[in-house]
Design a protein around this ligand. Structure first.
Ligand SMILES: [Zn+2]
Length: 396
């Protein structure tokens, strides 16, 4: 004799089966399945041949041998890498097309690293608002934004606390922190005062600051105590004076201590004075990996040294980092630095379906550092497809 509970279960099972056969109404219908690629999702400790199923703008499932018979579209990723949409936390977004260019390289979230200050922040915010991908902005500590050839902090009045606070107050939806360039060509010998003003600007909003180091008047151990947990040091592998190394080439104990108390160390590859093969290899050989790899992408960089984000990531494979560490530094770690990206950088089920499909090409590839020294690598990451909020963006 059936118990009441077993009877009910039987009834439900039968009716579901009946519906399913009749209309297929209960068969799972995915909008897109990225099938058969090597999925690397460091946040979830995934590295294996898996299928990624997407419904609408969300990830529905990540598992092996999914039933793809009902999928509206199947993207064959056999032989390719399937990773979370890339996150580049230091770029320069000075024109409208820039976010779309980066999107076709797999970059679904990015940060403008202080191109503009309070006076002209609306220009960058307009780009961020119009962007298809998720673009957030660091306000420059100088109200003028980046200026050349005379640096923006040569006149210290540009580091205007009130103007900075007002700009953030008006735009808290898009401004996620502050940027301060501290090199002596920008700030002369006022680097420490600039950091204090930067902290004063963000303090009512509880936002991080990103400091650009290398060739600063003050040694890094004098700058680091002015940073709070969550702040970011960019150009961490700079070859210029007052970088992260002691005179005999060891990572400074103050740098290790700063990491321990929650300061992030970012690459900011760029073109001038930010990284050489020697500094990168020295740090990595000592186990001092970056928290985030970022491109410091700019228009000149798009045809010199940087090119695109996957190209920058590839250089760290050449420097000896593992593929999963490189992907981690270009995805989930950026999401941990900026809460605006908190649900990105991973392929977690239920999360936004931002995905990059990459080829890991094998051959001989020449890369150059900031001193134009060539090195030949045997692996190169190239984006072939991007999925943004579930929508397929073919790469150029
Ligand atoms: Zn920059």
């Amino acid at each position: 004799m059936l118990t009441r509970r077993a009877f009910l279960q039987n009834t439900i099972a039968t009716s579901v089966a009946a519906l399913s056969t009749k209309t297929d109404g209960f068969a799972i219908q995915d909008d897109l399945v990225i099938a058969g690629g090597r999925v690397i999702d460091p946040k979830n400790n995934l590295d294996g041949i898996l299928d990624v199923a997407i419904q609408g703008s969300r990830i529905r499932a990540v598992q092996a041998n999914l039933d793809i018979s009902n999928a509206s579209k199947v993207l064959n990723a056999k032989g390719k890498l399937v990773v979370p949409g890339l996150i580049d936390i230091h770029t320069h977004t000075r024109f409208m097309e820039m976010p779309s260019i980066c999107l076709s390289d797999g970059v679904t979230s990015l940060v403008d690293g202080g191109s503009q200050g309070a006076d002209r922040i609306d220009e960058i915010l307009a780009v961020a608002r119009a962007a298809p991908n998720l673009v957030r902005v660091l306000l420059n500590v100088a109200r003028t934004g980046i200026t050349r050839p005379v640096g923006e902090l040569m006149d210290l009045r540009n580091a205007d606390v009130q103007a900075g606070r007002e700009a953030i107050e008006r735009n808290q939806d898009l401004i996620v922190g502050l940027k301060a360039r501290l090199s002596d060509t920008v700030a002369a010998d006022a680097d420490l005062e600039v950091v204090r003003r930067a902290q004063a600007i963000v303090s009512p909003f509880n936002l991080p600051i990103m400091v650009h180091v290398g060739n600063t008047a003050s040694p890094l151990p004098e700058i680091l105590p002015l940073l709070k947990p969550g702040d970011i040091v960019t150009h961490v592998y700079t070859q210029q004076r007052h970088g992260i190394f002691t005179d005999d080439g060891q990572v400074l104990p103050e740098v290790l201590a700063a990491r321990d108390r929650g300061i992030w160390f970012d690459i900011g590859h760029g073109r001038i004075g930010h990284i050489t093969w020697e500094t990168g290899a020295r740090a990595i050989d000592q186990g001092f990996l970056p928290d985030t790899i970022s491109s410091d992408w700019s228009v000149p960089g798009s045809t010199d040294q940087v090119f695109d984000f996957p190209n920058v990531l590839s250089k760290f494979l050449l420097l000896g980092m593992s593929l999963s560490d490189v992907i981690r530094c270009g995805t989930i770690n950026g999401a941990q630095v900026f809460p605006a990206f908190r649900d990105r950088g991973t392929l977690s089920v239920g999360g936004p379906a931002d995905v990059a499909v990459l080829e890991l090409r094998e051959g001989n590839f020449e890369f150059v550092d900031n001193e134009h020294t060539p090195r030949t690598g045997n692996k190169k990451l190239v984006t072939t497809e991007t999925i943004l909020s579930g929508k397929h963006v073919p790469s150029a």
